[in-house]
Design a protein around this ligand. Sequence first.
Ligand code: SF4
Ligand code: SF4
Length: 498
Amino acid sequence: MAKAEFETPELKEFPEIPAIQVGSMAHSKPFIAKAEFQEDLGFPGELPDDWKDKVIAKMGELLKKYRSLQVYLDSCVKCGACTDKCHYFLGTGDPKNMPVARQDLLRAVYRRYFTFAGKYFPKLVGAVDLTKEVLDDWYSYFHQCSQCRRCSVFCPYGIDTAEVSMAAREILDSIGMGQKYCNEIIGKVYKIGNNLGLPGPALIDTMEGLEEEVKDDTGIDVKYPVDVVGADVLLVTPSADFFAEPHVDGLIGYGKVFHQAGISWTVSSHASEAANFGMFIGSYDNMRKVAMRIREAAIELKVKRIVIGECGHAWRVAYSFLNTLAGPFDFLDPKYPVPQHIVEVTHDLIQRGALNFDKSANDHLRITFHDSCNVARASRMGNMPGGQFKLPREVIKAVANNFFDMAPETIHESTFCCGGGGGLLTDDLMELRVKGAMPRMQALKQVVDDHDVNHLVAICAICKSQFSKTLPYYNFPMHMIGSLHALVSNAIQLGTKE
Ligand code: SF4
Ligand code: SF4
């Protein structure tokens, strides 16, 4: 088991409501981005003297821009339905991690400066003055929300705490209180094209290495192309897929699927990143700049369709916003939705009998599936009937014999976040990540106990990275987590090895 300076929560039966521990996570906050990285993104390098005026002005701007924000701040009736629905509350017991309490951090300031009652009778309506302590609380607790939207499923008014967190982070960025992890990564995408800072030649080397690996393994020449003009498909995938375990096995699988289906494809060195961390900092300007690279690559490479790899928030941004941020995509083939998800592509090919599998290749695995929040809940319908709840399960069942779902109350729309989403996948937040993973680990333990499951599949790069780190804290093997397309890769029958 991994060593830690904090206690890993005990796994009990779901649902367990924790004992309240006031302020237990007040110390948890991510590193602040250095001035140069803030400035790269158009934010001030440090807290300005007039930060208070700027916060109020920014809040006013956002309230005008996003009508939903004002509705969310006005409409909570304190019914309490959301209080025990956040994995960070369940894992930490800190009451400020109850969704309603998190919203209240912003709501109390909103009331003080933007409502009649809050201006004249602040105590009566829970309005508070904006102080540095309040600002520090925002920085801490709005970085303890993975923007997973689980709480909104249970709110009778549909209040979406993720949107409140995004607004709070947008305000914080506007006064130079941006988070290091996200802002530095967005800067790398601007300068180099991907989160990892992987330059074009390294990308080509990596893809050539994959071709050799697949050739050695299968005897077949499967291509992993970069910057091929005129390919049918532009694949935009998280850069983790290019080399890190367990992601890269998924990329190998995508290549095998395209190969067997006879679909020409390419990745782009200009847009070699599906992730769009602009969403995590609530900045549509930065989200748009990242999204525009996909448009530019699609035009330059003259492709007919855009397919997104296994990445949760990338799919949410692409599915919900790509057309608005970077459209119109009227130069693509109208036969295909813009964008498509790789699971939709593979599922469709399976339905049409275009892929051959030997399911016994996965017989050593007893598999369960983690519904990643941003693929499942945030963009659940996708482009095909059944959406992202049904499709991944059907693909798993087409390529493997042993599949077992987790407990019904922890999957589909009420799926628990892995604990590392929303820009929190950074080592400076490890305590939060481990504690926030607890509800998902409870559901995993149950399916392991009931069905001897030994393999956990996800279709999100962040979930896979998060589980690689957090599984050992709960005494599960680190390598238990894998890509869905790694299973496809194992089972697909490309031909006879020479
Ligand atoms: S969006 Fe997710 S992480 Fe944020 S408060 Fe709601 S349940 Fe918690
Ligand atoms: S469920 Fe909705 S209305 Fe009820 S306390 Fe939570 S945010 Fe407020």
